[in-house]
Design a protein around this ligand. Structure first.
Ligand code: NAD
Length: 356
């Protein structure tokens, strides 16, 4: 199997954590007879410094010719004084989502049992760990709905969804649940918003095609509360764009560190963009202490969702878990009595677990 990956390390810790993900992919290539060809390209602040554009056409072309995109992170204080529409996140990430029609954002929120002390929740709530998959609609809803604007003392945005947009994201949720614990919780605000009444109807309709999957509906305010009250009740959580933006950050934080959280943004077919949920962490960039696991698990998600290599995903996941069991931690998830290691050391440890 030959696959082409557009590698966009970006800014801050991006290049450091990307290096570790590539180490892991190189080892996976040997184990599973896959040939990865990596095409590196600039994005974000690094691209602005090079050619005054956060997403140059050359980078778009490399992404278009690839089977998947592996992204680090963009942004940092150096570019924060630019006009907002030229800043790395707005000028690079939003266009990428649009160009490649990345309508489905998947964020696993997993707490490993060995890391339960890193969670802000009480131990009894996270005992045994938990594993939630947040699925967020990414290209519709109030963030993109028209009209939006300001008129004198009035400002407005529009929440809008078509049946097709709801159907395709609901299918991803049910298909994902089939491979997991067969439960979908669909989030809405059907008691107040007309768009969300339709959301609930369409999700229910799609759910009828998946009789093995249990479907329940939850209002977004209740979901925000239930996530901290009893996170283990969830398997797959399905959200529209804005609710998903907020709830996925809440679910992420339950696991303790941003450095642990991968994500996938998928379009129709197998193309996807894979990146850590966190940003470029300028406060720790260049110090060799960033946690590369979110980037490594993002690469693992790429193997699973774009290249259908579920076994390789499991192999990487188990290697990470095994490194934790041996007591190794980066500083962001460190606890007393354990062994603190840096970015490249933890990458090497994960690679060594893949070999053994
Ligand atoms: P951030 O996610 O970069 O950092 C928040 C905190 O989490 C920091 O203390 C950081 O050190 C820590 N952290 C993040 N990733 C870590 C890792 N892998 N290992 C250890 N610690 C980690 O968020 P921020 O500070 O609000 O933003 C910094 C820059 O990143 C800004 O320019 C912002 O615009 C950008 N940003 C980019 C993305 C993206 O590229 N997708 C997402 C969010 C923020």
């Amino acid at each position: 199997m030959n696959v082409k990956i557009a590698v966009l390390p970006g800014d801050g810790i991006g290049p450091e954590i990307m290096k570790e993900a590539i180490k892991v992919l190189d080892q996976i290539a040997k184990l599973y007879s896959i040939s990865f060809s990596y095409e590196h390209a600039l994005i974000g602040g690094a691209a602005i410094d090079d050619c005054s554009e956060a997403l140059p056409q050359s980078t778009i072309d490399i992404c278009k010719s690839a089977d998947a995109i592996l992204l680090g992170a963009v942004g940092g204080p150096k570019w924060e004084t630019l006009p907002p529409e030229k800043q790395p996140e707005r000028a690079a990430l939003l266009p990428l989502r649009k160009i490649f029609n990345l309508y489905a954002n998947l964020r696993p929120s997993i707490i490993f049992d060995d890391l339960k002390n890193a969670s802000p929740l009480k131990n009894e709530l996270v005992e045994g760990g938990f594993d939630i998959l947040m699925i967020r609609e990414l290209t519709g809803g109030i963030y993109f709905g028209e009209p939006k604007g300001r008129e004198g003392d009035k400002a407005f945005d529009t929440m809008v969804y078509t049946k097709h947009e709801i159907e395709r994201i609901a299918k991803i949720a049910f298909e994902s649940a089939l491979k997991r614990n067969k439960k979908v919780t669909s989030i809405d605000k059907a008691n107040v918003l007309t768009t969300m009444v339709m959301w609930r109807e369409v999700v229910t309709e799609i759910g009828k095609n998946y009789p093995e999957v249990a479907l329940n509906h939850m209002y977004v305010d209740n979901a925000a509360m239930q996530l901290v009250r009893y996170p283990k009740q969830f398997d797959v959580i399905l959200c529209e764009n804005m609710f998903g933006d907020i709830l996925s950050d809440e679910a992420s934080m339950l696991t303790g560190s941003l450095g642990m959280l991968p994500s996938a943004s998928l379009s129709e077919g197998t193309f996807g963009l894979y990146e850590p949920a966190g940003g470029s962490a300028p406060d720790i960039a260049g110090k060799g202490i960033a946690n590369p696991i979110a980037q490594i698990l993002s690469a693992a998600m790429m193997l699973k969702y774009s290249f259908k290599k579920d076994d390789a995903y499991d192999k990487i996941f188990n290697a990470v878990e095994s490194v934790f069991k041996d007591g190794y931690r980066t500083i962001d998830i460190m606890s007393p009595g354990l062994k603190q290691v840096g970015t490249s050391e933890i990458g090497d440890l994960i690679v060594s677990k893949l070999i053994n």
